[in-house]
Design a protein around this ligand. Structure first.
Ligand code: THU
Length: 160
């Protein structure tokens, strides 16, 4: 037996104003998308904006349902929209912003595990890293260089 160590790294910005112009613009699109989320049950709204290699921006937000598990996260709404409308077009970046109407969200909100798994399939297929930026409504922004840096020991089609 031996212990292995897996490390990851990310950039941490104090707030959105510290981002590059391109990153800031994409985050603003995620913020706009967040504002039309359908989240009547959790009151927690998430917006996602994907920048494709053809410079198209694809947006998504969470869509809840009275049958709770039938709802869907913003990130998967966006990535499936991209996969459906722009098949084979590489995704350069993903920006995510979250807010709540019942509490102040001032910490960066990373994508949930199921979204990381879903997004990783697209990153693996495109053979190029997909940068991920995420924040709450206010405050710090995290930027990772790739999706897989957020998902060690991920499952992929090579295991099948
Ligand atoms: N949610 C997302 O949209 N993305 C995530 O990565 C985590 C959670 C949504 C799902 C649900 O509508 C609400 O946030 C509360 O969990």
């Amino acid at each position: 037996m031996k212990e292995i160590e897996i490390t990851t790294s990310a950039l941490l910005y104090n707030d959105i104003s510290e981002l590059s112009l391109d990153d800031k613009m994409l985050m603003h699109k995620a913020i706009e998308a967040r504002k039309t989320a359908y989240a009547p049950y959790s009151k927690f709204s998430v917006g996602a904006a994907l920048l494709l290699e053809n410079n198209q921006v694809v947006l998504g937000n969470n869509q809840e349902n009275a049958a709770y598990p039938s709802g869907m996260c913003a990130e998967r709404v966006a990535i499936w929209k991209a996969g459906s409308d722009f098949p084979g077009v590489k995704i350069k970046k993903l920006a995510i912003s979250a807010s709540s109407s019942i509490s102040r969200v001032d910490k960066p909100i990373g994508p949930c595990g199921a979204c990381r798994q879903t997004l990783s399939e697209y990153e693996i297929n495109q053979k190029e890293p997909m940068s991920v930026l995420f924040m709450g409504e206010f405050g710090e922004v995290v930027k990772t260089i790739s999706l897989l840096s957020l998902l060690p020991f991920s499952f992929d089609s090579s295991y099948l």
